[in-house]
Design a binder for this molecule. Sequence first.
Ligand code: ADP
Length: 329
Amino acid sequence: MSIPNDDLLDSALRPKTWSDYVGQEKIKENIRVILTAAKQRSQSPDHLLLYGNSGLGKTTLAYLVALEMGKKIRVTTGPAIERAGDLAAILTNLQEGDILFLDEIHRIHKTVEEYIYPAMEEYKLNLILGKGPMARTMELKLPHFTLIGATTRPGLLSAPLRNRFGATFQLNFYKPEDIEKIIDRSARLLQIPIDPEAIKIIAKRSRFTPRVANRLLKRARDFGQVQNHNIITKEIAEHALSSLEVDSMGLEPGDIKILTALIEKFDGGPVGLQSLAAAAMEEEGTILDMYEPYLLQCGFIERTQRGRVASKLAYEHLGLKYPKTQRII
Ligand code: ADP
């Protein structure tokens, strides 16, 4: 069997039906009500805002919305739209009812954002042509479309932009049994024989995130293949994950670095984000987006008014002694 590269595998694994989209039941249910109602009225569905960590299935949901509505989807990102003209080019190329998926919508340029409001509300664009006294405004009528915005940082969206979405959904981390189902489905699609025990091991270390689960499955497959095993066993999964420095709870070296800095340089906190970022030599945004959500979910850190604090669990996980003195938080 020829083995396609990771990018091809990613799109191959994207669920193409609602039943293949595991978990997030409440969100699926609500979105389907919105879509059914829109179909009954022969209108485009309301604009939707999806937020949650990377890899939790926001893009996949947008594709499912397009499939359900029988329309095309155009995918772009906030920072890619640099000028009003870029936005005009995208919007005027949409067909009636199409879906525009705008990833990282919190990073949209402020100058472009103002053009989005009338586009979302009234399906029109007011472009300014020329400069100074000769400037003219040109109104472009747009097809009805549905904007699906996705973000990992909803707090960075301006209130006027946030308010223009008809519904907002937060994608949460997945339950371990849902991640197991996702791994099982991916393994079948990729024709990777795998033991149920190996599925459990990979699921436990997948940060409750489908994209991570699929990535670890692929790495375990690589290990199995190189070692001439035709089935991924518990041993191969464990060996692959420890070679990748993914620990028993799914923490990777980056997470350990943050926790260690918090414990060793600040006695476990509380410490502000800025100081923690400097000590761990990481960007504040990277800590907020990539590391902290999972560390909070695992209960390894707590966020208090005075800053981040390492929990007893974190000390235990790293094999360190928890200081007996009660910290004043
Ligand atoms: P995001 O847009 O939130 O970063 P994606 O939608 O790109 O995440 O999902 C990443 C990958 O994880 C997809 O390619 C898909 O294979 C898988 N995935 C995400 N959510 C689910 C789900 N609910 N069920 C099954 N697979 C999923």
